[in-house]
Design a binder for this molecule. Structure first.
Ligand code: HEM
Length: 412
């Protein structure tokens, strides 16, 4: 807990694993595991290891009680139903259709950067700018509108709320039993957070739900939320209004800060490594013109390598994603671990495994290129690369569900 409070528990965890090996006890009932071979057993799609009490600190309440939320749910059937009913909204094809929603936000960012360049501003506070850009972009794809945080700053206090919430979860999540006596009490939570930002989001949710109510098909541009409303109209039992709201909230809560952190790491690491900066500039200038789109940028090998390496050395999530060992116990790294013990793999630790990534502390995008690493090495590197988590609780699993539900519909 003190290590988390100090703000660099990821560095402490890396040092502990370097000193003691693949299993380290980091709290009385929690083991940190650093072994790529164990990722699937603990976090994989069919695993019996469920999310730990740590996640209960992210619970939200409404008039009916605790809101069902895929990020927290340990009830597999409900988790799977909720993910399935929203899955098509997360499929790659659909996300690509949402590019125009984000384009106007990106235009605003580019204009801002051009403005700084014209003024010959000597320094730009990129961290806050990326936080605002990511928040506006995720709002735009979810609701079709945003609150221009890039110009207005934290005018809805959403950044303040997110920071308080994630600091609280990280620190007090280490002693999760205390939560019902702190922010697990809805009255204390209301007093602590206030509700200005949340109310604005709810208003937006409701207006999108109303806007989506007359749609009978998915023709024409649709926001993420309008697509969910259409899913609901087509199969009334598939999604409740509370669940619609949760999915929208989750995009903002899970998608904005994580994306901002990733963007910051790309910018920071590229600027700190002039040889990488030059190589990246050469690739971008010879292939791209503004505006850019996913289909084109996704084909650029060096850009992809820089992005991957940036989130390898600085994953957005800095702590292990704890799961509970199921009944009967389990064998992990050759040791018997009793049922009820919490275990997990911290992306920061496994991304620094020298047996997988040569010179693991070095920022070296070229390691991801087929011209530099063998296919066998790349397979191991990719298997150990978990910045987005692993298994059922990831966006990738949503896409998997989307494809599965399309297949189901074909078979019907
Ligand atoms: C670089 C960007 C991102 C990173 C590094 C990231 C990271 C993660 C991680 C580590 C998890 C797994 C958490 C766990 O196992 O407990 C997760 C889950 C999730 N992410 Fe992301 N994420 C990113 C972007 C996004 C975006 C843009 C969205 C939405 C628009 C999003 C929505 C979600 C949701 C809804 C879940 C929960 C899924 C579930 O528990 O079933 N994420 N993300």
């Amino acid at each position: 807990m003190t290590s988390v409070y100090g703000g660099c528990s990821q560095d402490d965890d890396i040092a502990l694993h370097e000193a003691y090996g693949k299993i380290v006890r980091i709290s009385p009932n929690t083991l940190s595991i650093s072994d790529p071979a164990e990722i699937n057993r603990i976090h994989g799609l069919g695993t019996k290891f469920i999310k730990s009490k740590f996640y209960s600190l992210a619970e939200d309440y409404d008039g009916e009680g605790v809101v069902p939320d895929p990020f927290i749910l340990t009830d597999r059937r409900l988790h799977s139903r909720m993910k399935r009913s929203a899955a098509n909204a997360y499929s790659l094809n659909i996300l690509i259709k949402l590019e125009p929603c984000i384009a106007s936000v990106t235009d605003r960012l580019v204009e801002k950067l051009k403005g700084y360049a014209k003024e010959e501003t000597t320094s730009v506070e990129v961290a806050s700018l990326m936080q605002a850009y990511a928040m506006d972009a995720v709002f735009a794809l979810t609701f079709g509108k945003d609150f221009n945080h890039m110009d207005g700053g934290d005018h809805l206090q959403l950044f303040r709320t997110a920071k308080l919430g994630s600091d609280y979860m990280a620190i007090f999540g280490q002693i999760a039993w205390i939560h019902p006596y702190l922010l697990g009490n809805p009255w204390i939570a209301k007093w602590f957070f206030g509700d200005q930002g949340i109310l604005k989001m709810m208003e937006l949710c409701y207006s999108e739900i109303v806007a989506g109510q007359d749609r009978t098909s998915d023709e024409g541009p649709m926001t993420f939320l309008q697509r969910l409303v259409l899913n609901q109209r087509q199969n009334l039992s598939s999604l409740t209004d509370r669940e619609l709201m949760t999915h929208a909230f989750n995009n903002i809560a899970a998608g904005s800060d994580t994306t901002a952190t990733a963007l910051r790491s790309v910018i920071y690491n590229t600027l700190r490594h002039p040889e990488v900066h030059e190589k990246l500039k050469a690739e971008l200038r010879s292939t791209l013109s503004y505006p850019v789109d996913f289909a084109t940028t996704n084909k650029l090998p060096y850009l992809s390598a820089v992005i991957k390496e940036s989130i390898r050395v600085h994953p957005s999530v800095g702590m292990l994603l704890a799961r509970v060992v199921p009944e009967g116990g389990a064998e992990i790294c050759g040791h018997y671990i009793a049922s009820g013990v919490e275990v997990g793999v911290n992306p920061w630790v496994v991304h620094r495994d020298a047996a997988v990534y040569a010179e693991p502390h070095r920022f070296y995008p070229d390691r991801w290129l087929t011209s530099v690493s063998s296919e066998e090495d790349l397979t191991l590197m990719n298997r150990s690369f978990i910045p987005f988590g692993h298994g059922a609780h990831t966006l990738e699993a949503m896409i998997f569900e989307a494809e599965a539900s399309v297949e189901d519909q074909k078979g019907m």
